[in-house]
Design a binder for this molecule. Structure first.
Ligand code: GLA
Length: 379
């Protein structure tokens, strides 16, 4: 029986009705393409959020997270679903979204969360939280929702109620991940396929940098892309091939707009090329595309930072590394490194050593296992 079962019981004096787990994600390639109608290639990882919950007989909601013990137990009422200005805004926003989508929640519930995902590191702890809450609500109230719908609900909650205009990648990966496979997802059509990922290991290095303005800078990038899309007169930036973009890019006289759009179009194509390389087991080509992706995020999209650039540059010069890039929204967070299995230990030692020498802090490093998406755990 999982530990969270007992922790729930200790706090609420009743056993939970169900326990679920929603993983974090790491994106291998296809960055800032999802909200431009393009392709992404994320994986779900073994780290994530556990949620235990039980239905109540009244309309009260109670939330407790082991990650934020100082916030204590947060209470609210189904008839007054106001944001609280803390982590509980995520579950509250998902509950509001259920109502907005025509799935009213009649009874209250008690929730308990525990997480082994580093907060603010760019491994999508917020998407995992949204998906965990969605899974739990569908179970507690017997609502017939698919995992894809839960991903869309999570994204809607974040867009509408949290105020970050994120794409669908993070929630989709958390809900739909598959052990030992990457997900090639077209964020426009939501069509997807699983691509086996084998014979290499993935190591995540956390720069420890958290950019406080990351969400507003993210929304700025979206606006810049939208301006470019209108000037190019296309339904989405990712509907253009590289060649079409190069032919039409004269209409983008503003340098920033031009570079943002170039990143998106080229990154989208790189993602398809990378998925094809993975399918044919060509890890060298895959790694090279990861390196190209980083360069483009750094120079054209300008969402990297000194620490991420240092980690990537250092990694790319370590023996046995196929490729290295920043992953996620950027402005801090993590790098993802694809490495030959036999080189993993040396890589971890060297990357820690170099980062410590340069920035005087030891980065957290995670060897990740490619895992299944959200599911229920036996209680
Ligand atoms: C964040 C968003 C995703 C995606 C990435 C950048 O993680 O939540 O939807 O846009 O940034 O690729």
């Amino acid at each position: 029986m999982s530990q969270i079962y007992y922790e729930f019981e200790k706090l609420y004096h009743l056993p939970p009705d169900a326990v679920c787990f929603a993983p974090g994600r790491v994106n291998l390639i296809g960055e800032h393409t999802d909200y431009n109608g393009g392709n992404v290639l994320p994986i779900a990882i073994h780290l994530g959020i556990r949620c235990a919950a039980a239905v109540r007989h009244d309309r009260k909601l109670r939330f407790f997270s082991q990650s934020f013990p100082d916030c204590g137990m947060i209470e609210c009422h189904l008839d007054e679903l106001e944001k609280k200005g803390c982590w509980a805004d995520y579950p509250i926003s998902v509950i509001k979204t259920f109502s907005a989508f025509g799935y009213p929640i009649e009874n209250g519930a008690d929730f308990y969360f525990s997480s082994d995902l580093p907060d603010g590191a760019g491994m999508s702890s917020s998407a995992a939280l949204e998906v965990a809450v969605g899974m739990m609500l569908s179970k507690l109230y017997s609502l017939p929702l698919t995992k894809q719908e839960l991903a869309l609900i999570g994204q809607f909650a974040e867009n509408r109620f949290i105020g970050v205009n994120c794409g669908i990648m993070d929630q989709f990966a958390s809900a739909m991940g598959k052990k030992d496979h990457a997900i090639l997802l077209n964020a426009h059509t939501l069509s997807y396929q699983y691509v086996p990922l084998e014979n290499a290991c993935l190591v995540i290095v956390n720069s420890g940098v958290k950019h406080s303005l990351a969400s507003s800078a993210y929304n700025d990038r979206q606006r810049e892309c939208e301006t470019a899309r209108k000037l190019l007169k296309v339904p989405t930036l990712c509907s253009l091939s590289r060649e079409e973009f190069d032919k039409r890019s004269d209409s983008l006289t503003d340098d920033i707009c031009h570079r943002r759009a170039r990143h998106v179009v080229y990154e989208n194509m790189r993602t398809i090329d990378a998925a094809n390389a993975l399918k044919s087991g060509d890890l060298r080509t895959f790694g090279k595309l990861m390196n190209d992706s980083h360069r483009s995020l750094r120079d054209d999209y300008e969402v990297s930072c000194e620490e991420l650039d240092f980690l990537v540059h250092t990694a790319q010069n370590i023996h046995g590394v196929y490729g290295s890039r920043m992953t996620g929204g950027g402005f801090g967070g993590c790098t993802v490194n694809l490495i030959e299995k036999s080189a993993e230990d040396d890589f971890i030692r060297l990357i820690k050593q170099e980062y410590r020498k340069h920035f005087h802090i030891t980065p957290d490093v995670y060897s990740v296992t490619v895992s299944d998406g959200a599911g229920f755990l036996g209680t």
